[in-house]
Design a protein around this ligand. Structure first.
Ligand code: ZN
Length: 87
């Protein structure tokens, strides 16, 4: 019985109806990544710069845990403002 539930979930995935990670809204993607040569906050190992292709917003250099984490991007602060978007 448990197996049936999993089978269903897997089929839904195949259709690609939902991509959980995209829920956060507009994502700014990494444009540069490096090492600032200083001491990182616990758990971080690199720094990266992110830019939103939609509005051009650019982040500060943000410490990230690792490059996989960097590739996930960060939510664009401008596009994800609670206020109405000033388009
Ligand atoms: Zn944006």
């Amino acid at each position: 019985m448990k197996g049936e539930g999993r089978e269903m979930a897997r089929q839904e995935d195949l259709f690609g109806y939902r991509k959980p990670r995209v829920r956060r809204g507009h994502i700014a993607h990494m444009v540069d990544v490096g090492d600032h040569g200083c001491i990182y906050a616990a758990g971080n190992s690199c720094v990266a710069l992110f830019t939103c292709k939609r509005c051009g917003w650019t982040s500060d250099w943000l410490e990230r845990r690792n490059k996989t984490h960097v590739l996930q991007g960060v939510p664009c602060e401008a596009c994800n403002k609670p206020k109405k978007e000033a388009a």
